[in-house]
Structures are given as structure tokens and as C-alpha cells.
Design a protein around this ligand. Sequence first.
Ligand SMILES: *[C@@H]1O[C@H](CO)[C@@H](O)[C@H](O)[C@H]1NC(C)=O
Ligand SMILES: *[C@@H]1O[C@H](CO)[C@@H](O)[C@H](O)[C@H]1NC(C)=O
Ligand SMILES: *[C@@H]1O[C@H](CO)[C@@H](O)[C@H](O)[C@H]1NC(C)=O
Ligand SMILES: *[C@@H]1O[C@H](CO)[C@@H](O)[C@H](O)[C@H]1NC(C)=O
Ligand SMILES: *[C@@H]1O[C@H](CO)[C@@H](O)[C@H](O)[C@H]1NC(C)=O
Length: 264
Amino acid sequence: MFSAKVVIFLASLAICYGAPNAKLSSKKLKISPGVDVKIEDYPFVASVQWCNRIYGICENICGGVIVNENWILTSASCAFEARKVIVGESDLNAKHKVIVNVAAKYKHPNFTNKFGPNDLVLLKLSEALTFNDKVQPAKLPSQGQEFNGTFVVNGYNSITTADYSILQAVTNLSLISNDDCYDKFKKLLPYEKIVIDDDSNICTFSGASNTCSGDFGGPLSQNGTVVGTVTWTIKPCGASGAPNVYTKVSNFIDWINQTITENS
Ligand SMILES: *[C@@H]1O[C@H](CO)[C@@H](O)[C@H](O)[C@H]1NC(C)=O
Ligand SMILES: *[C@@H]1O[C@H](CO)[C@@H](O)[C@H](O)[C@H]1NC(C)=O
Ligand SMILES: *[C@@H]1O[C@H](CO)[C@@H](O)[C@H](O)[C@H]1NC(C)=O
Ligand SMILES: *[C@@H]1O[C@H](CO)[C@@H](O)[C@H](O)[C@H]1NC(C)=O
Ligand SMILES: *[C@@H]1O[C@H](CO)[C@@H](O)[C@H](O)[C@H]1NC(C)=O
């Protein structure tokens, strides 16, 4: 079902993107050093789900961001397996959940590589979300807006244990320059082609990697404004010395707006 979506193995470190690798499920890996949080504090967070057609069982494969009542933004590498979206949940194992089908998917036309630039897809929902204290659209930056200060990343990271499903946050993250980001990855993966694209990417660094397979497409935010979406990371999760790479949402506002306008 889930193929090993790890393109490069080098010693114990590798680049990792997209839906979770089943082989990781048994390992205790999670958004690091994450704390459990309530969806009310991050009501724009969505869980993108893959569902087994025969058994109807769904699982978190990626994070996502509520753009408006009909649209979710996530990583393009999550598009293929995206079937449903859960919103308004701190615990994905809760009994009564808001689960909405994905009706259509619009990948960024210039996304070509699994860990290249333009790593975004817009998922159109089959029915409109109802907003409340647990379900709210994200505030988006203006086109080209730059940020400083501290940020928070969210993820359910259902791969941390077989059934880990609690919303987590890593707070107090600071941006580093893309050059610094590249150098830090290059130190860990000296023989790999590392692409940090200035138009597409921003990086944070807190001493070790904060996100893991299952968090892709999830939000990096500042006071409720979504500044980035998780794009790729390296294995093992939590790798010391590794920054985190995000898609720079402020450079895609026109595309988001245009795609939604043309397809609504
Ligand atoms: C995709 O790339 C082409 C060529 O660089 C560019 O002209 C076009 O605007 C890009 N599309 C989007 C949606 O950014
Ligand atoms: C941080 O952002 C604020 C608001 O955009 C800006 O006024 C300030 O100059 C920025 N600070 C730095 C150090 O870039
Ligand atoms: C946030 O991070 C900075 C620098 O890494 C650190 O000095 C500061 O104590 C941290 N603040 C909190 C509230 O954790
Ligand atoms: C975020 O909000 C807090 C309080 O709600 C405020 O103190 C802080 O300045 C805000 N940060 C930014 C970057 O707007
Ligand atoms: C999208 O574009 C329309 C038309 O230009 C504009 O009215 C709207 O405010 C834009 N929305 C965003 C989120 O930028």
C-alpha cells in the first residue's frame, strides 16, 4: 500500500517526503519536541487522510491548512493518496469527527519533483465546512510578505506509534537563511543534491529536525497566519543538526487565489 517514499539513503540519513512509510510505523518518532495542543488554538489545521477502499479505514497521511470553507492547502506529494480531510480534531481517534471527502485536486503546475519547489496542492472539498471555535480558515499572508519572529509548526504525526493521533505543536521556531539551511543539510548529507529554492522555501532551525513523515503539508504559523507548509525533512525524524524546510506560502498567494477563483 504505502511504498517506501524515501528516495535517497545515505548512511542513516535520508530525504523523506510525502505520505508516511509503513516501515516507520513501529518506531517512536514524533514532531519533536512537540507538546499536545488543542485544535481550538490552531483551528486552521486539517488532517489529510488516505482511505482503504475495501475496508473503508482511513489514516492520517499529511497535514493541511483550511483556506476557506471549501478548500484545503497541503503538500503536492500528498495529493495522490488524499481521499478525505478531517477538521476540528485534537484527537483523530475521537468518535465523532468532521470528515469531508476530497472532490478535486489542483497541484501547482510547476511542481515536478517530490522534494523540489512549488510543493503545493489545493484540495477542493465535496461539501462546505461549517466554521466554529474548532474549525476556522487560516489567515494567509499577502503575496510576497516576509516574516520574522517566532513560529509554530503543527502535526498529528500518526506514525509516532501505531495509533498516535493527537495534535501536536513545536513552538518558538526561528527562521534561518536559506544559505544557512542549505549548509546545515549539506553537512548531514554531503553527497546529496539539496535544493532550497528561494522562491519556494523558507527554513527554521531549532537544533534538530521538528517534523516527521505524516506532517507534510501541515502549517508553520505565526499568530494564526500560515507562513509555511511542511515540504520535506530527513530521516530519522528528530535528526540532530537538521533544519526544517517549508513551502513559502506568501509566494503562492496569487496562485492560491487564482486556482480557487477559477475552480469554484
Ligand atoms: C510556472 O513556471 C512558468 C515558467 O517559469 C511561469 O511562467 C509560470 O508563471 C509558473 N506558473 C505558476 C502558477 O507560477
Ligand atoms: C520584522 O517584521 C516587522 C513587521 O513586518 C518589521 O517591522 C521589522 O522591521 C522586522 N524586523 C527585522 C529584524 O527584520
Ligand atoms: C525561544 O528560543 C530562543 C532561542 O532559541 C531562546 O533563547 C528562548 O528562551 C526561547 N523561548 C521560549 C519561551 O522557549
Ligand atoms: C502575536 O500575538 C501576541 C499576543 O497575542 C503579540 O504579543 C505578538 O506581538 C504577536 N506577534 C506578532 C509577530 O504579531
Ligand atoms: C483574490 O482575488 C480577488 C480578486 O482580485 C480579491 O478580491 C481577493 O481579496 C483575493 N483574495 C485573497 C485571499 O487575496
